[in-house]
Design a protein. Structure first.
Lengths: 116, 111
């Protein structure tokens, strides 16, 4: 079946503009994750959605970052008033997560964001 | 705070060599450990998932081991091929949610 998809694949924006990144998880996956990978650095956790529970936002770097997820489907990561340090690849992952388990996360191809 | 380190940062070898990639983590209270490969312009591909109760997992030419007490995991690649060229990432799973990644080992296998 289809894997995790993300759009756009590339985004160039000007400093100060808002951007929206989209993630379509694998159908039926209850958990969805956003990560960020800045150039030359490791992947950083941003936010985690699990079913109807309150999301874990502990990785969001500032209040300019927010994310939403409708049910167990699409998620949108929004960055307001973008800064140059926001330039990175934003990766989304999903998994079929039952309580008390830690299943494999499947990653999308990422959105490469460049803030000029 | 959990920190994950991978050594070496980069590796270039001729085809056919057996390789060992190292991953160390500072907090042994992990749930699972997962190895991924990342190809340029593509997302991450899961290679092996080792649960905390296991000591190793094997898939084809890949073997990953886990020693929780010493905070170490190794990924062994047998008979390396040019198609193995990629960045290899290890990630620890402290609970049932987010992954904490290492900075990766960039592998190049030349013919």
């Amino acid at each position: 079946g289809a894997g995790v998809s993300q759009s756009p694949s590339n985004k160039v924006t000007e400093k100060g503009k808002d951007v929206e990144l989209r993630c379509d998880p694998i159908s039926g996956h209850t958990a969805l994750y956003w990560y960020r990978q800045r150039l030359g650095q490791g992947l950083e956790f941003l936010i985690y959605f699990q079913g109807n529970s309150a999301p874990d936002k502990s990785g969001l770097p500032s209040d300019r970052f927010s994310a939403e997820r409708t049910g167990e489907s699409v998620s949108t990561l929004t960055i307001q008033r973008t800064q140059q340090e926001d330039s990175a690849v934003y990766l989304c992952a999903s998994s079929f997560s039952l309580a008390g388990t830690s299943p494999t996360q499947y990653f999308g191809p990422g959105t490469r964001l460049l803030v000029l | 705070k959990q920190e994950v380190t991978q050594i070496p940062a980069a590796l270039s070898v001729p085809e056919g060599e057996n390789l060992v990639l190292n991953c160390s983590f500072t907090d042994s209270a992990i749930y699972n450990l997962q190895w991924f490969r990342q190809d340029p312009g593509k997302g991450l591909t899961s290679l092996l998932l080792i649960q905390s109760s296991q000591r190793e997992q094997t898939s084809g030419r890949l073997n990953a081991s886990l020693d929780k007490s010493s905070g170490r995991s190794t990924l062994y690649i047998a008979a390396s091929q040019p198609g193995d060229s990629a960045t290899y990432l290890c990630a620890v799973i402290p609970g049932t949610d987010k992954l904490i990644f290492g900075t990766g080992t960039r592998l190049q296998v030349f013919p």
